[in-house]
Design a protein around this ligand. Sequence first.
Ligand SMILES: *Cc1c(COP(=O)(O)O)cnc(C)c1O
Length: 244
Amino acid sequence: MAAPAVEATAATALRSVALRARKAAERVGRDPERVRVVAVSKTKPVSLIRQIYDAGHRCFGENYVQEFIDKAPQLPEDIEWHFVGHLQSNKAKTLLAGVPNLAMVHGVDGEKVANHLDRAVSSLGRHPLKVLVQVNTSGEASKSGVEPSSVVELARHVNMHCPNLVFSGLMTIGMPDYTSTPDNFRTLTSCRAEVCKALGMSEDQFELSMGMSGDFEQAIEMGSTNVRVGSTIFGPRDYSKKST
Ligand SMILES: *Cc1c(COP(=O)(O)O)cnc(C)c1O
C-alpha cells in the first residue's frame, strides 16, 4: 500500500528536520530549545498532519484562511497553530473565530491588518495574540511586507495602538533561488536591532521567523527562532486542485 509509506516518510522527514535544526543551533552555540520548527501543512490532508502529530510534533502552520478553518477543527486542540504569510484584513476575524488555538500570526504587513486582528481578538474575548511584522527584505514587488525603513513605525503602532496584540518580532521570506538569502536574513537581524533599540525590547526574547525548506539551517545559524518548513516534511505541494 502506497499511502502509509508516504505518511511514514513524513514522520521520518520531520525527525530529520528537527535534528538538522538542533545541529544548526549547536554549531553556532545557540540553545536548540530557542528554535521552533513550524511544520507548514498547507495543501496537505488532515490525515498526514495527524501522522506528524502522532509522532509527537505539536507546532503547525497554515497559509490559506479557508483551508485553515476547515482543517483546524478536525485536529487535536493542543496543536499550536501558526498563520504564516500574507493575511487579508477582511479575513482576520474569520481566522480568529475558526482557529481558537491560534498561537501566532507571522506576517502582519500593515496597520490595517493589525487593527483588524486587534479588534477580532477583542470582540471574541480571546487572550492577546502574538504577531510578527513581515519585512520585505528582498525588494521584490511581488512580496508582502513592509520596507526595512518602515519596520519600527509598524512595530510601534502594534505596541501602542493594538492592546490585544503582542508584538513579538519579525518575519521574512527569502528569495526563491536562495541566491541572496544571507543578505535577506542579515537585513532582518539589523531590523531586529533597530526595533529593539527603538522600543526598548530585549533581543533575547525577540522572535525571528526566517528560513524555509531550502534555507532553514542557514537561518538558524543566523539567529532564527522560527523556521517554517513545508515541503521537506510533507513532500512537494500540488496546487492543481486549489482555487486560491
Ligand atoms: C508555504 C510556506 C512556507 C513553507 O515553504 P517550504 O519551502 O515548502 O518549506 C514557509 N513560509 C510561508 C510564508 C509559506 O507560505
